[in-house]
Write a protein that binds this ligand. Structure first.
Ligand code: SAM
Length: 427
């Protein structure tokens, strides 16, 4: 059978990309949203993957409706040539079969991902992690992107049962940083040469949209840094205004794509609303971050595999994958931490399936064991987030206990040990 070839439609703006997607869906075209490879420059960051067979017809529809196109390009399958030749003969046959698909650039199915997540034994694990590491090298290169996170409020209106910031945690001493204090801290971070700052908080309505806009505009004017927001669910109009004010990325983890498990863990949450928020963020043109927690009570391997497929279907650009860690005085305080090895396998499988995305070696992994953070960078991860909340607040941002203080020194030590690179801005 002849192999299916794919093309990527790249539009000149996010609005045109969304119009193209709607028009093509209306006429029954099967498409997938995918991150646009960096080499196309600063265009819309989400592209539409279609079968190359229908490219002429698609071009006609889009041209007729005056969709502004950057172009429709052949989407080269990301192949890992020669992957099998380098494998030890002791590799499990199922794993070998899945890695053979990576060698030829075939899309992995949910069943294939399950095989990857069920890998056991040193040889098999090494084969999986090496394949993911090679994919990382080929799609995003040797640079480890260092970002700085400021956790500016630990107030939260939500009751997530795993999280130490839950509104139910009456014992947690709460804090909020004033807008000027946040901008001041970012000014300090900018002097380290970091290019992206992540502003994270519990879901805290105290920060009105006007306050948030002042913060975003203040940071942009004073430092020009890229801004990632991670402030939970907000009305669509707020998200639009924040994007227009200069916010670049938004991190809103889905946590789990199993709706029943989601409901159990978020008694006041609404899975559909979380998905809708994710869709809004994409529509508004944010570089879109999502992710999950590994080791939640009742979570299964097939459910983790579905998470990865969901990230792929949603065209997620950045995937934060961390183990569950218990937080004192929460309903899950006695639940054991997520498995580090399984978390590494989820990272590796995500890299192999999604390819051209940002994957942090998370602080949660470092908290479980700092060596796991290094291993994550060797199993597909390419980003590190520094804990840059001012010292006097840091301990109170207790989403889980004993958070590892990932600082610039540690990040640079890891990068040097792995003989990788980082690019800090000249200041
Ligand atoms: N409120 C925002 C939201 O809902 O996206 C962002 C802040 S929330 C505290 C940041 C992330 O912490 C969550 O997306 C969740 O994955 C992670 N988190 C919270 N509690 C955790 C725990 N006990 N173990 C591991 N990760 C946890």
């Amino acid at each position: 059978m002849e192999k299916e070839l794919y093309s990527i439609i790249i539009c000149r703006s996010n609005n045109h990309m969304l119009r193209a997607a709607a028009l093509l869906k209306e006429v029954g075209v099967a498409l997938e949203m995918v991150p646009v490879p960096g080499e196309y420059g600063s265009v819309c960051n989400t592209g539409l993957k279609i079968s190359s067979r229908i490219k002429p017809a698609v071009e006609q529809v889009l041209c007729h409706h005056k969709v502004s196109l950057h172009g429709i390009y052949p989407l080269q399958p990301r192949k890992l040539d020669g992957l099998l030749a380098g494998l030890s003969p002791k590799i499990d046959p199922d794993l070998r079969e899945v890695l053979a698909k990576e060698e030829t650039g075939e899309n992995l199915s949910e069943e294939d991902i399950i095989v990857l997540l069920e890998v056991s034994g040193e040889n098999n694990a090494e084969a999986l992690f090496n394949a993911a590491d090679r994919m990382r090298r080929e799609v995003v290169g040797e640079v480890v992107d260092i970002r700085a996170a400021i956790e500016f409020s630990n107030f939260c209106k939500k009751y997530c049962s795993y999280c130490g910031l839950s509104k139910k945690n009456f014992y947690l001493e709460r804090y909020r940083m004033a807008p000027e204090e946040i901008v001041e801290k970012v000014r300090d971070i900018a002097t380290w040469g970091i290019k992206t700052v992540i502003l994270q908080s519990g879901e805290d309505p105290f920060y009105s949209i006007d306050m948030l806009l002042d913060i975003v505009k203040g940071i942009k004017q004073e430092t020009g840094l890229r801004i990632t927001l991670s402030i939970g669910e907000r009305p669509r109009e707020d998200l639009r205004l924040l994007k227009a004010a200069g916010a670049n990325n938004f991190l809103l983890k889905i946590e789990t794509t199993d709706p029943e498990l989601y409901l159990r863990l978020h008694p006041d949450g609404d899975y559909r609303q979380r998905v809708l928020n994710t869709q809004w963020l994409r529509e508004l043109g944010y570089l879109l971050g999502s992710g999950n927690i590994v080791g939640l009570p009742g979570q299964t391997i097939p459910s983790l595999a579905r998470d990865i497929k969901w990230f792929q279907e949603q065209g997620i650009h950045m995937v934060g994958i961390g183990p569950f860690l218990p937080a004192a005085r929460t309903p899950l305080a006695q639940w054991p931490p997520g498995d580090g090895f399984l978390t590494l396998k989820v990272i590796a499988a995500t890299r192999l399936v999604l390819k051209n995305v940002f994957i942090p070696a998370t602080t949660a992994l470092a908290t479980l064991d700092p060596q796991l953070q290094i291993k994550a960078l060797q199993a597909g991860a390419n980003t590190v987030m520094l804990a840059s909340t001012p010292e006097r607040y840091r301990e109170r941002y207790n989403i889980y206990d004993n958070k590892y203080p990932v600082d610039l020194e540690w990040a640079l030590t890891m990068i040097e040990r792995l003989r990788r690179k980082t690019v800090l801005r000249k200041v």
